[in-house]
Design a protein around this ligand. Structure first.
Ligand code: NAP
Length: 249
C-alpha cells in the first residue's frame, strides 16, 4: 500500500515543494489551495494518482471540505502549510485582513489538526508549518509572528501527547524562504541576503530528514535560523524585540 499525504497550500511555494518531494518519495499526494489552475499544473507535473481539492481555508465551507476528506480516507501525513501574513503597521492594516491571517494561520490549523488526530493511526505524522518568527516577533509582522507562536506552542503540546500513541507531530520553523510569500503579504519582492535565504527544496529536505527521525517537536531549518533562535533564547525579550524592530526600520 502506498502512503498518502494531504498538503495545504500546495499550489505554490513551500507547499508545492512538499508535494513534489513527497510524490518523489512514493506518497500519493492530495494538494489543497484556492487556485485550481496551479493545483492542476501540480498534479499534471507529478503524474500518476495524485489529486487536489480546491478550498478556501479562511471559510467554514472550505475547512469543512477538508475535514470531510480527512474523515473519509486515511492520510499517513498531513502538512498544514497554507499560511499568510499582512506586513505593515498594525492599526493601518484593515481588520478584515488581520482576521483572514488569524483564521488561516490558527483556526484552520486547529480545525484540520483536530480532524486529523481523531482519525490518525500509529506511524502517522502531522507537520504544522510555523516560522522562525514564532520565536522572535517581527514588529511589522506582529500578528503573523503571534499566529506562528501559537502554531509552535500548540504543535509542541500535541507532540508530547501524540508520541504516546505513535503519531509524530512537528512544528516546522522556516526562516526566509524564496517564495512569493512577501509579495503576497504586501511587503513587495524584497532582496534578502543569500546567506539568510533557503530554497523551498532545502527547507523541505530538512523537514523530511526530521520526519524520518521522528524526534524533535520543533524543527528550525538552516544554520542562520538556528543562530537567531539561539540568540532569542539567551537575550532578554526586550533585546530580541528591539533587534527585530531595528532590522525592519
Ligand atoms: N516564505 C517564507 O519566507 C516563510 C518563512 C517562514 C514560514 N513560512 C510559512 O510557510 C508556509 C507557506 O508559505 P510560502 O512561503 O510557501 O507562501 P506562498 O508562496 O505565498 O504560498 C502560500 C500557499 O498557501 C495557499 N493559501 C493562501 N491562502 C489560502 C487560503 N485562504 N486557503 C487555502 N490555501 C491558501 C496559497 O494557495 P492559493 O493562493 O492558491 O490559495 C499557496 O499555495 C506559510 O505557513 C508561511 O507562514 C514561510
Amino acid at each position: 500500500m502506498k502512503r498518502s499525504a494531504l498538503v495545504t497550500g500546495a499550489s505554490e511555494g513551500i507547499g508545492y515543494a512538499f508535494a513534489a518531494r513527497l510524490a518523489a518519495e512514493g506518497y500519493v499526494v492530495t494538494g489543497v489551495a484556492r487556485n485550481e489552475g496551479n493545483l492542476k499544473k501540480l498534479t499534471g507535473e507529478l503524474g500518476g494518482e495524485h489529486s487536489y481539492i480546491v478550498a478556501d481555508l479562511t471559510t467554514t465551507a472550505g475547512q469543512d471540505k477538508i475535514v470531510k476528506a480527512i474523515s473519509e480516507r486515511h492520510f499517513d501525513l498531513l502538512v498544514n502549510n497554507a499560511g499568510i501574513a499582512a506586513t505593515g503597521k498594525f492599526a493601518e492594516i484593515p481588520l478584515k485582513r488581520h482576521l483572514e491571517v488569524l483564521t488561516l494561520n490558527c483556526e484552520a490549523v486547529v480545525t484540520l489538526s483536530h480532524a486529523y488526530l481523531n482519525s490518525a493511526r500509529a506511524g502517522d505524522a502531522l507537520i504544522n508549518v510555523s516560522s522562525a518568527l514564532a520565536l522572535m516577533p517581527m514588529p511589522l509582522m506582529g500578528l503573523y509572528s503571534a499566529t506562528k507562536a501559537f502554531v509552535t506552542s500548540l504543535s509542541e503540546s500535541l507532540w508530547y501527547y501524540q508520541k504516546k500513541r505513535g503519531v509524530y507531530v512537528m512544528g516546522l520553523c522556516p526562516g526566509i524562504t524564496s517564495t512569493r510569500f512577501n509579495e503576497h503579504s504586501g511587503a513587495g519582492s524584497q532582496e534578502t541576503p543569500k546567506i539568510m535565504t533557503q530554497t523551498p527544496e532545502e527547507l523541505v529536505d530538512a523537514a523530511m530528514k526530521a520526519l524520518k527521525r521522528r524526534k524533535k517537536p520543533t524543527v528550525i531549518s538552516g544554520a542562520v535560523n538556528n543562530v537567531f533562535a539561539f540568540i532569542s533564547r539567551v537575550r532578554s525579550r526586550r533585546g530580541v524585540i528591539n533587534m527585530m524592530g531595528q532590522m525592519v526600520e
